[in-house]
Design a protein around this ligand. Structure first.
Ligand code: ZN
Length: 501
């Protein structure tokens, strides 16, 4: 049996600047056998695909693996280039017996609101109706009719922070193996649930409404489902069909699939109010609280500038607050600004610089800020994720600098790198464990890696394009009514069921 495998992932935020080809190259972009060499033993869905294919003696035809850090919609040119590679790669495989695709599910382009749906439709056109295509997606995917209508199965992560990429890959590949042996007749059913909730509540490793939702989703397996996924959608896409998605797969049992997916849709809808409760703290209050702790680090998350949520990482909102306060203990903070990183390099270590920083990509959310400080470090930097999710994946930070402003250590990066792992600051020679306050830009993923060292965690009430105050962002294209924009919306059975391919 010949199985074509590929990955093409990016999570798009409508309000952020466009994502370009270089953003994929800066994260990862592999073709052919490189896909296996680079991702075969990494924390990835591809690793799960490969493991199950190997167990079943399938011949694997690796096409590509492209992944960019979350950002704005893809430029049309970038999307065309990447998808040409994918479609041509599949055509070049000749006849295949099955397809395994790892997509994000929340990718949009300048022109296409459902880029992953477009990909699935095109791949289906190429391989025809008889070739099983099993797909994995991030649980922040926006599931649409177009996606479901073209895939045999779609499986989403069961964790947030995401720590089950390999297992999700295995789930999809196991269903493909069973289908090819004639032991599975996958019946997939989908229901769109018209609701969106803040991202920082979407964590499952602590007890709470989100953990409950995930546990109830997984328990559908005990009731006879072969696979079940709660897609709780990342909220910053201004597109039609934005909302939660319930998906259940059964083995040949249409009635059971209808019943279980309806149950999941109902569980989702009933959780909307609890999942929407957010506790954001003004940065001045959070910094004062952080400084008053006996020991650090107190971790403050500037979620509205979350680089894993598409934001550019150049918000000055927190830095301005820090500069206006008396800071008596070490505070670590970061800003993405390639020009300032270059200036620091030119000025040299030990020199004093005075410059405007950040705020370039912030639209009207925030503006540049003036700083004056001493360059402590200047070099290219990168790190590898030490946390469970994405473990071992390399994160490039580009040319960086550390600037000392009193007790503030400002890490300036050239790329909007993920700040979710303490290894981010360690790459610059800074020690988050010994700092009093550590400022990061993440909703969920950091809550795994910082949980061992953070004395307290606060989510900041700051402006930005990945704010959790989603109803206040400038949405114009979403379907109405949708919760929370229409809090009085009534939603219930009979549900509109969408059938898988
Ligand atoms: Zn996600």
């Amino acid at each position: 049996m010949k199985i074509a495998i590929a990955e093409l992932k990016q999570e798009s935020n409508t309000f952020a600047p466009l994502t370009l080809m270089e953003d994929f190259i800066n994260f990862h972009y592999y073709t052919g056998t490189e896909v296996i060499e680079k991702l075969g033993s990494a924390e990835s869905e591809i690793a799960g695909f490969l493991e199950i294919c190997s167990d079943n003696d399938f011949e694997v035809l690796p096409i590509m693996a492209a992944f960019a850090v979350s950002g704005g919609p893809l430029s049309s040119e970038t999307f065309q280039k990447l998808t040409y590679e994918l479609y041509q790669g599949i055509r070049d495989c000749g006849t295949v017996d099955g397809i395994l695709l790892a997509l994000h599910g929340a990718m949009i382009t300048e022109e296409i609101a459902d880029a992953d749906g477009e990909i699935l439709e095109k791949v289906r056109e190429i391989v025809g109706p008889d070739i099983p295509m099993m797909v994995t997606m991030d649980l922040h995917a926006n599931i649409t009719k177009r996606k479901v209508n073209n895939a045999n199965t779609i499986s989403g992560f069961h964790t947030c922070p995401h720590t089950d990429l390999v297992e999700t890959g295995r789930r999809a590949a196991r269903m493909l193996a069973l289908k090819l042996k004639g032991d599975l007749n996958p019946i997939m059913r989908f229901i769109k649930v018209p609701m969106v909730v803040p991202a920082s509540n979407q964590i499952d490793f602590k007890p709470g409404p989100y953990a409950e939702l995930i546990n109830k989703t997984k328990s559908l397996i005990d009731l006879g489902a072969v696979d079940a996924s709660a897609f709780t959608v990342q909220p910053w896409m201004d597109i039609p069909e934005l909302g939660f998605g319930a998906i259940v797969v059964t083995n040949g049992d249409k009635l059971l699939a209808n019943l279980l997916v309806s149950k999941l849709a109902q569980i989702m809808w009933e959780s909307r109010v609890n999942l929407s409760a957010i506790n954001l703290i003004e940065p001045e209050t959070a910094v004062a609280n952080g400084l008053s702790h006996d020991t650090g680090p107190v971790v403050l998350s500037d979620i509205a500038d979350g680089t894993m949520a598409g934001s550019p990482g150049d918000s000055t909102a927190v830095l301005k607050v820090l500069l206006g306060m008396k800071i008596s203990k070490t505070v670590l903070v970061s800003i993405c600004d390639p020009k300032v990183a270059e200036l620091a390099e030119k000025s040299g270590v030990g020199s004093k610089i005075k410059t405007l920083i950040g705020g370039i990509k912030g639209w009207n959310f925030y503006s540049p800020c003036e700083i004056e400080g001493e360059v402590l470090v200047s070099s290219e930097m990168k790190y590898r994720f030490t946390q469970k999710g994405y473990h071992g994946m390399e994160i490039k930070m580009g040319l960086c600098a550390v600037i000392a402003i009193g007790h503030i250590r400002l890490l300036v990066t050239s790329l909007a790198a993920s700040t979710t792992d303490p290894a981010f600051y360690r790459a610059a020679g800074l020690n988050p464990e010994k700092a009093q306050i550590v400022i990061i830009k993440s909703h969920a993923q950091f809550q795994d890696s910082y949980s061992n060292i953070a004395k307290s965690i606060y989510f900041l009430n700051t402006p930005g394009m990945s704010s959790d105050r989603i109803a206040e962002l400038p949405f114009t294209k979403i379907d109405r009514p949708t919760y929370p924009w229409d809090p009085g919306l009534v939603f219930g059975p009979p549900y509109q069921l969408v059938n898988g391919f």
